[in-house]
Design a protein around this ligand. Structure first.
Ligand SMILES: NC(=O)c1ccc[n+]([C@@H]2O[C@H](COP(=O)([O-])OP(=O)(O)OC[C@H]3O[C@@H](n4cnc5c(N)ncnc54)[C@H](OP(=O)(O)O)[C@@H]3O)[C@@H](O)[C@H]2O)c1
Length: 342
């Protein structure tokens, strides 16, 4: 099999972006051998500019420079390069800048410019897709490039791929899921160890599961972004976050947990999108689940998604690690699947 060289441009060299580079370094030879694709990182954009080498950046040196935009400055100094304006001259953009759900942030302009330059896009950040899903998809369709975003739709838990490929030909009637590992961990600890919400959140922060600012997670917004993207992709909606009814987990008390325990049920933060006679409803809220629901037993940082279809019955997928390396692996999977030659 002839290998195909794919030039990769990465925007955002933070926690996940760096993990992605680490995976390119570790898995490069295996990917080449297994899928016939040679992934070459030619550019990385940080806050201060763009590091570019058309012959491929030296991954080992880049990783040794540390993390974040400062690492790019250091690499440039080491190789006597200067940071420049970002150029979109690769085959695929891997977008990993911070998620901005207000206006899409830098990700939106990176993604649009990549599409204009005929590059495929693999997004980890959610902001651009959440705020401008239809614009991005229309632009990609017009230029005939592809956009994938497993990293933005529960990452290591396969959701989008299952809907797009494994359920192709079916009408998906309903999607339900536990799409946020942090809130599931908090609710699990409240149920199993009888912690208060505040205690469970502190524990999640101590363990590095919850971010220092966990607002997006506990308010249900992160889950809302994911179910919104799944609905727009798989249920043909054209919705924005304003169309999603969102209730987070901040208001759950030990009394609520006790009450549901006494009834033999479990409270979970459920994100769902379902067809009704007059359209599709999308919502995120804590729900008391019967013990025999496939989502009830999903514990800790695990996630799960449950599809209801017309032809294939229901399909439930559970698991998928919730950490930056797993998120980077989800983006790598998207890149491989775009270009594989097997
Ligand atoms: N962490 C996870 O497990 C996970 C899972 C799934 C999806 N995601 C998504 O993946 C994305 C990255 O997450 P992360 O945890 O890696 O965040 P992060 O550590 O904050 O990294 C973001 C990086 O983007 C850089 N950046 C900021 N503005 C930029 C700009 N205009 N141009 C280029 N680079 C810019 C930041 O630069 P500085 O170094 O200067 O700050 C930082 O290095 C987010 O959108 C997140 O929602 C994360």
């Amino acid at each position: 099999m002839m290998n195909r060289k794919i030039n990769v441009i990465l925007t955002g060299f933070g926690t996940v972006g760096r993990e992605f580079v680490r995976l390119l370094e570790e898995k490069g030879p295996t990917i080449q051998q297994t899928y016939g694709v040679e992934l070459q990182l030619v550019g990385v954009a940080g806050r201060n500019g763009f590091l570019y080498d058309p012959d491929g950046l030296d991954l080992e040196t880049l990783l040794a420079c540390g993390k974040g935009s400062a690492a790019l400055d250091q690499y440039a100094k080491h190789h006597q390069l200067s940071l420049q304006e970002t150029v979109f001259c690769g085959d695929v953009l891997v977008e990993s800048t911070p998620t901005d759900i207000v206006d899409g942030g830098p990700a939106l302009s990176y993604i649009m410019r990549a599409i204009d330059n005929q590059m495929d896009v693999v997004a980890l950040s959610k902001g651009a897709l959440v705020t401008a899903y239809r614009d991005i998809m229309n632009a990609a369709k017009a230029i005939k490039v592809r956009v994938r975003y497993s990293g933005a739709t529960a990452a290591a838990l396969p959701t989008l791929d299952v809907g797009m490929y494994s359920l192709a030909g079916c009408r998906i009637e309903r999607i339900e899921g536990i799409l946020n590992g942090t809130t599931n961990y908090i609710l699990t600890k409240m149920h199993e160890d009888r912690l208060t919400f505040e205690q469970a959140l502190s524990l999640a922060q101590e363990k590095g599961i919850a971010e220092t600012n966990p607002a997006l997670d506990i308010s249900g917004t992160d889950s809302a972004c994911k179910i919104l993207l799944l609905a727009n992709s798989l249920l043909d909606t054209d919705c924005t976050l304003r169309d999603v009814r969102i209730v987070g987990v901040e208001g759950i008390t030990p009394k609520d947990i006790e009450r549901s325990r006494a009834r033999g049920k479990r409270i979970k933060l459920i994100a769902k999108a379902y067809r009704e006679s007059d359209g599709v409803s999308i919502e995120v809220s804590p729900v008391e689940l019967e013990q025999d629901s496939p989502l009830a037993g999903i514990a800790g940082t695990n996630k799960g998604v449950w599809f209801h279809t017309d032809l294939m019955g229901t399909v439930c997928i559970v698991g998928g690690a919730s950490h930056p390396r797993a998120a980077a692996a989800a983006a790598l999977k998207d890149v491989i699947n775009l270009f594989r030659r097997d």
